[in-house]
Design a protein around this ligand. Structure first.
Ligand code: ADP
Length: 246
């Protein structure tokens, strides 16, 4: 496993308050990683700085070979470098079918301008089928996205992000509001997706983190408080203090 994302001494302040405070850590490729931490720990700001929505005041963020913390690296440029982000709420095109949603998201192997054509080729159609299979929606391809359950919409959006072939996928609380069966499927989907890329899951729900069975980074006051297996970090007295002392 090689390093894909490396944060070194990154700080972000809002009106003098350090939301991210000298944060350093790495994510490998491929890897599945969970990021946990109490409210206000800096989890959202972490996603914002990696995707370029917020620029750090100090420090460096290297993705692949590139310094993505530079001012010139806009959100869209960073996305094109291979960083995908799944927000908590599903955002799919409700009036379009599952197939159309996936087709719109498809990355054209030959460049963005040929995507309209590519969708209609056998190659494009095969890719859509494979994605639908990956997100458990093979039987729903002709259904309008607005008719899907909450869980299915979340999977469809994960599929749309995977269609972009990101090297790093950031996912914010994917299992929130899901039924136990949907959570189970989401777990397998993320584990599978993380076999060929980095998947970082920001999560509150410890039971879900346990299911992911991956390395966990605990953030607190904008820095790493502990890192390791879930059992390892939850036995850490400082982590217990941070969670129970609130
Ligand atoms: P988490 O996602 O772990 O709950 P956040 O990254 O949202 O934490 O927030 C970290 C800290 O930074 C919090 O104290 C929050 O109030 C503060 N913060 C985040 N964004 C802003 C902002 N745009 N302006 C002012 N303060 C902010």
């Amino acid at each position: 496993m090689s390093t894909l994302l490396e944060l070194s001494g990154v700080s972000v302040s809002f009106d003098g308050f350090k939301a991210i405070n000298n944060l350093s850590f790495q994510i490998g490729e491929p890897e599945l990683r969970a990021i946990i931490g109490p409210n206000g720990a800096g989890k959202t700001t972490f996603m914002d700085i990696v995707t370029g929505k917020t620029k750090p005041d100090e420090g460096r963020i290297v993705f692949g070979e590139k310094n993505i913390s530079l001012i010139g690296m806009s959100e869209s440029k960073i996305a094109r470098e291979g960083v995908g982000r799944k927000f908590q709420k599903p955002t799919v095109f409700e009036q379009q079918t599952v197939r159309e949603n996936l087709a719109m998201a498809l990355k054209n192997p030959r460049g963005p301008f040929e995507v309209l054509f590519y969708r209609k080729t056998k190659l494009g159609a095969d890719r859509i089928e494979a994605l639908a299979e990956q997100i458990g929606l093979s039987d729903e391809l002709t259904r309008v996205a607005g008719e899907l359950s909450h869980g299915q919409k979340q999977w469809l959006e994960i599929g749309m992000l995977l269609a972009q072939e990101p090297r790093l996928l950031l996912v914010d609380e994917p299992a929130a509001g899901m039924t136990p069966a949907e959570r189970e499927k989401t777990t397998s989907m993320l584990v599978e997706a993380a076999k060929t890329r980095a998947v970082v899951v920001v999560e509150h729900d410890m039971e879900f983190v346990r299911r992911l069975n991956c390395k966990v980074t605990v953030l607190h006051e904008g820095a790493v408080l502990a890192e390791g297996s879930l059992d390892h970090v939850t036995q850490n007295p400082e982590v217990i203090e941070v969670y129970l002392g609130r």
